[in-house]
Design a protein around this ligand. Structure first.
Ligand code: ZN
Length: 375
C-alpha cells in the first residue's frame, strides 16, 4: 500500500468528530518531529491545535487543515463503517476521507519527500492544524493566528487542503472566498386580538414591504473572481400559533454571502437605511463570520497553478464559490491563501470517499509547490 493511503487510513480510523482530535495530531507530530519540525500543541478550551514549524527564515510557507470531521449521520445508510477505512474500486471510504484527512496525509508525505531531496531548503515550512473547523470555529485556527500574530510570526503563503475540486483533483482551486454576514432582526409591534387591529400593531405587516425590497435588491454585480453578492432569508418566525392573536414581535434572520465589491459596513448601512425608510421599530444584531478574501496574484498562486498543470496537463480553474473556510482567518494576516484539495462531491454526506489516485496526484502537486517556492 502507498504511504499516502496508509497514512490517510490511519487518520480515518480515529473517531475525531468535532471538536475531538482523537490522536490525529499526535500521529502528525511523530512524523514531523523526525523531520526536524518544532511542534507546539495549542489547546484552547475544548480544541486541540497544532503549530509545527521547520526553519526560522522567511518566507514562511504553511499547510493548513483540520483533523476533525462532521458526525457520521445515519449509520444504516453507510455501506461501510464510517470510521473503518475501506478501499472499494479505487476509492477510499470513510468519514473525513475527502474532508480532509486525505489532504493531511498528502501534506505530510509531500513534505517528507521534499525534505529527503532538499534538507537545506529556503524559508520555513509549517503546519497549522485544528480540530474545530467543522464546529463553531472559535478555538481553532483563529486563535492560533492570534497567538502567532502576537509574537510577530507571520505566515506569508498558505495552502489550505479543503476539498476544492469538482470532477478530478486540481480541476478547481479556490483563490478566495466570499464573506458571510448574518443579521438577526426583531421587528417590534404591539400584540393584540385580530378582531381589534386598531388596538394592536402587526410587525409582520410592517416588515414585509421592507423584506421584499431587500430580497429584490441588487447588491453588486460581482467581479472577475466573485459571483454577485446574495441575500437570503433562512429563518422567519412570528405568532403564538393561535389564529386570533396579532404577534408582538417578528423575528427575521438573513444571511449575505458577499464579494470583495462590498464591505460588511456597506451592507449594514444599506440594510439599516431600508428598514428605517419603512419606518420600522426594530433591533438588529450582526454576526460577521468572515470577510471576503482574494489571492489574485503572487508567487503562491503561480506555483500552485504551475504544479497542478504539470501533474494534470491542464490548468486549474480559479474560483471563489462555496462556503467559508479557515482560509479567511489566515488571509487576515496578509498571507497569500490558496485552497487545493480533492473532490468535494461526497463531503459531509454518508459514504464519503476519495479517489486514491487523486490523493497520489495531490501529494505530487503539494511537493511541486514546495519545490517551486522553497528549493
Ligand atoms: Zn473541511
Amino acid at each position: 500500500m502507498s504511504e499516502v493511503i496508509a497514512l490517510a487510513r490511519d487518520f480515518i480510523g480515529r473517531q475525531s468528530v468535532t471538536p475531538e482530535d482523537a490522536g490525529c495530531q499526535q500521529l502528525m507530530i511523530e512524523r514531523l518531529e523526525k523531520l526536524g519540525f518544532v511542534c507546539e500543541v495549542m489547546v484552547f478550551d475544548d480544541t486541540t491545535n497544532l503549530w509545527a514549524r521547520r526553519g526560522t527564515a522567511a518566507p514562511l510557507f504553511t499547510f493548513a487543515g483540520h483533523t476533525d470531521v462532521v458526525p457520521a449521520g445515519d449509520l444504516a445508510q453507510w455501506h461501510t463503517p464510517p470510521f473503518e477505512p475501506t478501499e472499494i474500486d479505487g476509492y477510499l471510504h470513510g468519514r473525513g476521507a475527502a474532508d480532509m484527512k486525505g489532504s493531511l496525509a498528502c501534506m505530510v508525505v509531500a513534505v517528507e519527500r521534499f525534505l529527503a531531496e532538499n534538507p537545506d531548503h529556503n524559508g520555513s515550512i509549517a503546519f497549522l492544524i485544528t480540530s474545530d473547523e467543522e464546529g463553531p470555529f472559535i478555538n481553532g485556527t483563529t486563535r492560533v493566528i492570534d497567538t502567532l500574530a502576537a509574537r510577530n510570526e507571520i505566515i506569508d503563503m498558505c495552502i489550505v487542503g479543503e476539498p476544492s475540486s469538482t470532477h478530478h483533483v486540481g480541476d478547481v482551486v479556490k483563490n478566495g472566498r466570499r464573506g458571510s454576514i448574518t443579521g438577526d432582526l426583531i421587528v417590534k409591534g404591539i400584540q393584540g386580538h385580530v378582531a381589534y387591529p386598531h388596538l394592536a400593531n402587526n410587525p409582520v405587516h410592517q416588515a414585509l414591504p421592507a423584506l421584499a425590497e431587500l430580497a429584490a435588491t441588487t447588491w453588486d454585480n460581482g467581479n472577475e473572481y466573485f459571483p454577485p453578492t446574495s441575500f437570503q432569508i433562512p429563518n422567519l418566525h412570528a405568532g403564538t400559533g393561535a389564529s386570533n392573536v396579532i404577534p408582538g414581535d417578528f423575528n427575521v434572520q438573513f444571511n449575505l454571502r458577499f464579494s470583495t465589491e462590498l464591505t460588511d459596513e456597506d451592507i449594514k448601512r444599506k440594510i439599516h437605511s431600508v428598514l428605517d425608510a419603512h419606518g420600522l421599530e426594530y433591533q438588529l444584531n450582526w454576526t460577521l463570520s468572515g470577510h471576503p478574501f482574494l489571492t489574485d496574484t503572487g508567487e503562491l498562486l503561480h506555483a500552485v497553478v504551475d504544479a497542478v498543470e504539470e501533474v494534470n496537463h491542464q490548468k486549474p480553474q480559479l474560483l471563489t464559490t462555496g462556503g467559508t473556510s479557515d482560509g479567511r482567518f489566515i488571509a487576515r494576516m496578509g498571507a497569500q491563501v490558496i485552497e487545493l484539495g480533492p473532490c468535494n462531491a461526497t463531503i459531509h454526506k454518508v459514504n464519503e470517499c476519495v479517489s486514491t489516485a487523486d490523493l497520489e496526484k495531490l501529494t505530487d502537486m503539494y511537493e511541486k509547490v514546495l519545490e517551486k517556492l522553497l528549493k
